[in-house]
Design a protein around this ligand. Sequence first.
Ligand SMILES: [Zn+2]
Length: 376
Amino acid sequence: MPEKIEIHPLLDREKQRRAKEYNRRKRFWSVITSITELVILVILVMYGAGNRVYNYLAGLPPLFQFLLWATILAVGAELLSLIPGIESEYMLEKKYGFMKQSFTGWLTDLLKSTLIGIVIAWIVLLLLGWVVKLTGPWWWLVFAGALFFLEGILAMIFPVVILPLFHKYEPIGDENLTGKLKEILERAGIRVIGFYREDSSRKTGHDNAFFTGFGKTRRIVLYDNLIDNYTVDEIAAVIAHEAAHRKKNHIIKLLLLNLILTAVISFVVHLVMLKSYHSFFEGGVHILKNIFPFILVFSLMMFIAGILTNAISRIFEREADTYALKYTGSKEAFISMLARLANRNLSDAYPGKWIKVLFMSHPPIGERIAYIEKQI
Ligand SMILES: [Zn+2]
């Protein structure tokens, strides 16, 4: 911890020291994963691996080729990040006391999410081949739109199809708590279908709460860790913050930003394909020949887009904090909630500037507390 930073009295000094170490180690493995993926992709592009595999599989029915390719890509990506993933998501979580699962339990969850990833890869790759074939030079625009639509469907089925594969949910019975939360939502003018308790403590020591679903599946999910370790006023502060996101349309704005960025990224990929990989424009299975340069350019652009998205997200987070105060009316509860979150989750409250720019979608908790204290 740099000497000059005065740590907030509600933050635990020793936990902040551990938080710095924990986050540094997490970042190390995430950077290692990105570098490995980048190096492997560059090698695959240099050796024309796409064409070689394409020629090898060319005799198979087109649909089968798509499914096989998508499976290889999804599983390959998972295998590349397997070792860093075990280090970062299992070993480190265990070392810092967050991991509550056995290694086999954790691997089972990883297998489930890999299977979900494979199904999504099938859809995306088939969609790409089909869109390029059908719309030719306009594929990048239509593809971005199609991904946007797909994201919408996934968001809708997420709480009812995906989440129950990993956790159990039960409606929150504590009327003292739900009453308070309903009050906040009413003040924000938000209608929610239900409040659910997630059995997170079986798997992790982290705390969280989120709004999820869309239309009829719209609900609020609270980790049991949050319900059991925070005061009702602190939980209300969390929900007020989430309600502010809804009220200020942050989710829709971020989705639209995502749509625009995906279109821009796809257009850059389009230009690269136009210059060096003409067979891509034949569409259908032909896109598979050039799938590695496609993924390479797409991923590099996504990295840059991620920095921009994080910067905008940090602005939205600040706005949500400001509005949340209007809904709770309790500055103290909001600050003690943030401090408890930092202490229990080992969030680094005072990270360096470049760490914030490159990695953080939220302003550091130290900044958020200082900002809230200044509000009237
Ligand atoms: Zn937020």
